[in-house]
Design a protein around this ligand. Structure first.
Ligand code: RIB
Ligand code: CA
Length: 306
């Protein structure tokens, strides 16, 4: 069976680093392109981090640099969670700069999508600024996109604002444009991210699983997405897990809107599970995950890396 072609849009980012590794070393996915966007840290830093990861993983995937700012919102990073560099805790090799395309991420995505013989799956694990611009500038790409499988949003509460998740809160307007694009979307939000945990004993096992496992262990020591002792949240791996192990999830098809004008709730994903808004469903929302099975899946996936 041919591998599923995907594009990962990312802001590495400690949890991004592991999600990217799992995708690259899986038998089922063909990562055609990695695009970067400002989020956890600045665009320059997340791009450098993506190139460092590809050097470390020994994988030659083209990288295209995207947007340095959200469409309208003021840019606020998450260096408090991921460290100043965005991947604090491990001494990576130099970035593989020869993988960096001269094209802007939006143009590179358009080229890869339109050249593909098979519809492409887009995997945003960051703010969706690049994706929103892609649809605005090149709506023809929608005809060759299988679906969007994103990490972001929340059915319940936030991790950036009271009701807003970081990726959506970083660029709410972009998220609204993507949810309104008509392209099939799968949303893996905080409700599953909070249960997608690496526990201390998992970290000790992972440490012995080769150089990626050792790297993960050292990054985990610095990662503030949860706590080393009560569980670290592997948010971005939830999107990859949907592609590779969808049976982990409970999924509900419903309407998702993005609040843009709330004085206290801007960036909130309004997940209308009961249909109060009487709008056509526009997303499959992962409302639950089998946390124990995720832990096993995650460790097995890391064990397949170098
Ligand atoms: O809310 C979690 C998301 O924000 C993850 O993608 C993490 O990497 C940060 O970007
Ligand atoms: Ca991310």
């Amino acid at each position: 069976m041919s591998k599923r072609p995907i594009i990962i849009d990312t802001d590495p980012g400690i949890d991004d680093a592991l999600a990217i590794a799992i995708a690259l070393f899986s038998e089922e996915l063909d990562v055609k392109l990695i695009t970067t966007v400002a989020g956890n840290v600045s665009l320059d830093l997340v791009t450098e981090n993506a190139l460092k990861l590809l050097k470390f993983y020994e994988k030659d995937v083209p990288v295209a640099k995207g947007c340095a700012q959200p469409l309208l919102a003021e840019f606020v990073d998450a260096s408090d969670i991921h460290g100043k560099s965005g991947m604090e805790g491990y001494d990576f090799p130099e970035p593989k700069t020869e993988l960096l395309l001269q094209e802007h991420a939006v143009n590179a995505m358009r080229r890869v999508i339109m050249e593909s013989d098979e519809p492409i799956t887009i995997v945003p694990i960051a703010a969706m600024t690049n994706i929103a611009l892609l649809f605005a500038l090149y709506p023809e790409v929608k005809s060759n996109i299988r679906e969007i499988v994103m990490m972001g949003g929340s059915v319940t509460r936030g991790n950036k604002g009271v009701m807003s998740e970081f990726n959506v809160a970083t660029d709410p307007e972009a998220a609204a444009m993507v949810f309104n694009s008509g392209v099939p979307i799968v949303m893996a939000g905080l409700d599953v991210g909070w249960k997608a945990l690496v526990m201390p004993q998992d970290s000790e096992e992972i440490k012995k699983m080769g150089k990626v496992g050792d790297m993960a262990y050292h990054l985990f020591k610095h990662y503030r997405g949860g706590s080393f002792n009560t569980g670290l949240k592997m948010y971005d791996s939830c999107a990859i897990a949907y592609l590779l192990c969808p049976e982990l999830y409970t999924v509900e098809e419903t309407y998702v809107g993005v609040e843009l004008n709330g004085t206290m709730t801007t960036g909130c994903t309004v997940v209308d599970l009961k249909g109060y808004l009487k709008k056509k469903p526009n997303a499959k929302v992962c409302t639950d995950i089998d946390g124990e099975k995720f832990r096993e899946w995650f460790k097995q996936s890391i064990s397949r890396c170098i």
